[in-house]
Design a protein around this ligand. Sequence first.
Ligand SMILES: [Zn+2]
Length: 268
Amino acid sequence: MKRKGIIGGTGVYDLGYHDGVTDGEMRKDVVDTPYGSVEVEILSLKDKKGEDLEIVFLPRHGKDHSAMPHMINYRANVMAMAMMGVDEIYATCMVGSMRSQFGVGEIVTIKDFLDFTKTRPSTFFEEDEEVKHVDVSHPYCQRLRTAFYQSADANHLRVKGGAVYVCTEGPRFESVAEIRFFQMIGGDVVGMTNVPECILAKELGICYGAVGIVSNWAAGIGTSVQFKALGEKLEESRRKVIQVFVDVFRSETDEEKDCDCADSVMVL
Ligand SMILES: [Zn+2]
């Protein structure tokens, strides 16, 4: 059984299957990982060749958005995907923009990160194991990024990218001086959740692609935009992004896998 994963960020709490995104069947399950239990939704459908496909979905912040970015159990979430046999994950994230070319409401693929998190557990590699390091030269799977572009194009969805994502600890937003600094060092968009999620996926050899939806301008840039006023536009963007994720998963074949995500861990 082919299993693929989707991690939903803020505003994405289900696969939207009831809005006609897919015609598959949905069931719920709980995965008990060494880091805690994770509730998932599993959508069963057919791929474009008529073979069985399951998409495992979990909302990053929990079903009722109960976990703030610094309190999310990232290890449990990613381990749950691995334990379900998922080999590819797409994730959505809400981002603030630090560049005029990434406007509010737009969709951007993420190509790299700058990590400014502070307190969250950021690895599966712990002391009683052999010494391991993970290569993050390409933290986001290039193959999944290209596939997203192509499928978005076919779905008439405009996508910008790839952006460099600055991950802050949160839950506070950034200061104006911090944003100025992040711009100077090459950041394009800012958020609070992509690290360590993408690293943990790499540690387990899972392909991981992330797509940002710009919800606001970062502090000190442009006019301040109220999240609520944007509600409908953002909702539409989220729905389309999920649609493209599902489309990629339904279209791809095993022969297309030419990335090195599964070989990123180096053991000393
Ligand atoms: Zn990959």
